[in-house]
Ligand binder design. Structure first.
Ligand code: KG4
Ligand code: ZN
Length: 350
C-alpha cells in the first residue's frame, strides 16, 4: 500500500509518500518558523495563508522525490485534527480535491495517534503490533501525554499535562532568557555548555491527593506553568548578566527540570510494560533522549525513539497510519471537517 500523506495542522506544511507503513519514499516539510519567530509564537492567519501558498509545490515535490507517479499512489491521507482550524482546513481541502480528482480513497488521520506511531517509521527493529503493549510518550508544542498502547484501537491515556505542554515550557523559558523562538532547539543547544545543577527549578509535581485531571493518577500528570513562573522569579531576583555561561547554566537547569519531570513519569507509568516509545517535537531533545536511554538501561526495557526526521510534525507519520488502515475512510472521510480539539484517545480530558 503506497499512500501520499498531507499534514498542515500547525506551522509546518508537509507531504510524504510512504510504502506499507514503514518505508518512507519521500518526506517534504516546509517550516514556517521564519514567518512566526518575529511574533514569538504561531500566528494562525499567517500560518493558514502560508499553507495555501506552498501546499501545491510541497505535494508535487513529495511525489517527484518518491519516484512515483499518481497512478502508483493507492490512497491520500490527511490530518483532520487536532490543530489550528484554519491550518487544518487547507490540508483537508487539498486532500479531498486530490482524492476526488484522482479517484483514490481518502483517509482522515488523528495527528496525535500519528505521533504515537512515528517511532515505528523507517526502521525494521520491530513493528507496531509486535511492540504492543507499550508506553508512548508524546511530547510536543501542544501536548504532553503518556498513553498505554495495546493496539491501534486500544489506547488508554495514563497521564497528561494540566496546563502548559513541555514544548510550550521550552518556548516560554527561552523567551524569558531572551534566546528567541522556537525555544526547544535553542535551549537544547545552549544548555550543552551549561551546568544543569546551577538552579533548582521545580519539576512540575502535582499536589498529593486527587488529580485535577479526571480520574488520571496525579503522579502521572504534568504541570509546567509553575516552572516558567519560577524562572521568571529567578530572573527578577537575579538579573541576567551578559555572560554566556550563566545563561547556559540557567537554560541547562530549566531543561533538566523538564526532562526529569518527563522521565520520572515514564518510569512510574511503565508498570510491567517493557517497551517505551517516544515521539513529538520535544522528543528530539538531546538531554531527554540521553535520560530516557539511562532509564531504559536501568529498567532493562526497549526504547524506541522516533527518528529525528519524524519527531516534529511531518506527513510520513500521517501516510503511515493510513497504510496501516487506521483512520477514517470512505464517505465519512470525504465529508470530514477539521477537528481542532480532537482527542488523542477516547479517555483524554480536554
Ligand atoms: O511536534 P511539533 O513539531 O509540533 C507540535 O505538534 O506541537 O513540536 C514543536 C515543539 C516546539 O515547542 C519546539 O520548541 C519543541 O517541539 N522542540 C524541542 C526541540 N526541538 C523542537 N524541544 C526541546 N528540544 C528540542 N531539540
Ligand atoms: Zn505534532
Amino acid at each position: 500500500m503506497i499512500v501520499l500523506g498531507i499534514e498542515s495542522s500547525c506551522d509546518e506544511t508537509a507531504a510524504a509518500v510512504v510504502k506499507d507503513g514503514i518505508e518512507v519514499l519521500s518526506s517534504v516539510v516546509f517550516s514556517q518558523i521564519h514567518l512566526h519567530s518575529p511574533y514569538g509564537g504561531v500566528v494562525p492567519e499567517i500560518a493558514s495563508r502560508s499553507h495555501v501558498e506552498v501546499i501545491p509545490s510541497v505535494v508535487e515535490e513529495a511525489l517527484t522525490k518518491s519516484g512515483m507517479d499518481w497512478d502508483g499512489i493507492d490512497a491520500i491521507a490527511v490530518t483532520y485534527g487536532p490543530g489550528l482550524a484554519s491550518s487544518l482546513l487547507v490540508g483537508i481541502s487539498t486532500a479531498k480535491a486530490l482524492a476526488l480528482r484522482l479517484d483514490k480513497p481518502l483517509w482522515a488521520i488523528n495527528h496525535l495517534q500519528a505521533h504515537i506511531y512515528s517511532p515505528f517509521l523507517a526502521q525494521d527493529t520491530m513493528s507496531f503490533s509486535e511492540a504492543c503493549p507499550f508506553l508512548s510518550l508524546v511530547v510536543s508544542g501542544g501536548h504532553t501525554c503518556l498513553i498505554r498502547v495495546d493496539g491501534f484501537d486500544k489506547m488508554t491515556l495514563l497521564g497528561q499535562t494540566i496546563d502548559d505542554a513541555a514544548g510550550e515550557a521550552f518556548d516560554k523559558g527561552a523567551t524569558l532568557l531572551g534566546l528567541g523562538y522556537p525555544g526547544g532547539p535553542i535551549i537544547d543547544k545552549v544548555a550543552r555548555e551549561g551546568d544543569k545543577t546551577f538552579v533548582r527549578f521545580p519539576q512540575g509535581r502535582l499536589k498529593k491527593g486527587k488529580s485535577p485531571v479526571g480520574d488520571l493518577d496525579a503522579d502521572l500528570c504534568f504541570s509546567f506553568s509553575g516552572l516558567k513562573t519560577a524562572m521568571r522569579y529567578y530572573i527578577e531576583e537575579n538579573p541576567l548578566s551578559d555572560t554566556r555561561a550563566e545563561v547556559a547554566s540557567i537554560a541547562a537547569s530549566y531543561q533538566e527540570a523538564i526532562v526529569k519531570a518527563l522521565v520520572s513519569r515514564c518510569d512510574k507509568a511503565l508498570g510491567d510494560m517493557t517497551l517505551l516509545a517516544t515521539g513529538g517535537g520535544v522528543s528530539l531533545n538531546g538531554r531527554l533522549r540521553e535520560s530516557l536511554q539511562e532509564l531504559a538501561l536501568k529498567r532493562d526495557i526497549t526504547l524506541m525513539q522516533a527518528p529525528p526526521a519524524y519527531c516534529g510534525d511531518n506527513a510520513a507519520m500521517i501516510a503511515a497510519l493510513a497504510c496501516m488502515k487506521h483512520g477514517i475512510t470512505g464517505a465519512d472521510a470525504m465529508s470530514i471537517d477539521a477537528e481542532p480539539s480532537l482527542r488523542i484517545v477516547q479517555n483524554e480530558i480536554v
